[in-house]
Design a binder for this molecule. Sequence first.
Ligand code: EZ4
Ligand code: CO
Length: 404
Amino acid sequence: MRISSAEVIVTCPGRNYVTLKITTSDGITGLGDATLNGRELAVAAYLNEHVCPLLVGREAGAINDTWQYLYRGGYWRRGPVTMTAIAAVDCALWDILGKSAGMPVHRLLGGAARDGVLIYGHASGQTVDELLDDVASYLDRGYRAVRVQAAIPGLDSTYGLHHSGTGATYEPADARLPTENVWHTPAYLDFVPDMVKAVRDRFGYGFHLLHDVHHRLSPLEAAQLGKALEPYRMFWIEDPTPAEDQEAFRTIRQHTTTPIAVGEVFNSIWDCQHLITNRLIDYIRASVSHAGGITHLRKIFELAELYGVRTGSHGAGDLSPVSFAAALQLDMTVPNFGIQEYMGHLEPASEVFRTRYEFRDGYMHPGDAPGLGVEIDEQAAAKYPYDPKYLPVNRLRDGTMHDW
Ligand code: EZ4
Ligand code: CO
């Protein structure tokens, strides 16, 4: 079974998504998510210009060789654009293999190691009261794990909040040119422990509680936050510092027992080798679509297993339903699974992507459909043309650029 064509589909049903569709000589199609928020067309061009021509004629089942061919053969290794492109090819080939075998991908990976995938949802509010109402709605719907974010008093804007009143998940890439946010660490550190305390005071400890710091703190500030949150038994704090500096996590580690998750911006095992092998983190957040696909993410997860690090993959709305379906397939199989982020997708995404996964009692179930279990409606996709949008940027009050 050989690859007969590889096409890139760019569409904007609620937000921009880039999807790779590979077709074989037997007429089987496979999908891979190639979306890189704010840099979508770079990956589309990388695929169209430099990868799709290499795929035609290759054996579709040669997933390992194709991965190595694109990674080693490209000479210029790693990086988010390259690794997102390779990921899309990898996921599409797993999808094809599953469909040709008549099995969901998790069975090809050795079979399910659990009954379902624990997910966490995103609760938020412009005020703590609004956040509490949102947490209540997640718990009412059966969620067993909730991420909490609320507007920080004294700052004009805060990342990671739903758009007020719409009830829809937030879309961080919100403007034709990057929105400028202003950040002030003392305001944040003063607020977050009170916010988390309010959640535990109202709802107790019978569910997992998470919070995303979004790379804003220094290691010592992160250590202070972790200590302040210890009484509230967090499942994790996420991305406490920018993680290029892996050794910096030792400082956080030495000062707090609050678990640490990191890695949504990682694109290869080399980004987290030191963090994992030195046991500096508790959860690795790399995703199937930004870290080289199922083949490479499985390698990261297996390294993590050796060192007692569990998985907690990124699953924001800018990873398409194709990515989420692939994540669930892998999550089902790894022994050291921790949790999976599930932010959901803005409509009309469900018109373009037909998914089979189902939410029940706090868990997501990938279903038994062959392959990844997701299809694309190309006619629907064509109705929603690309709409360029950037992620915001962040400055301190004196104008200094800060991490967003
Ligand atoms: O900012 O996916 O945990 N989720 C997040 C996301 C990321 C976006 C970046 O494109 O931090 O909201
Ligand atoms: Co995050």
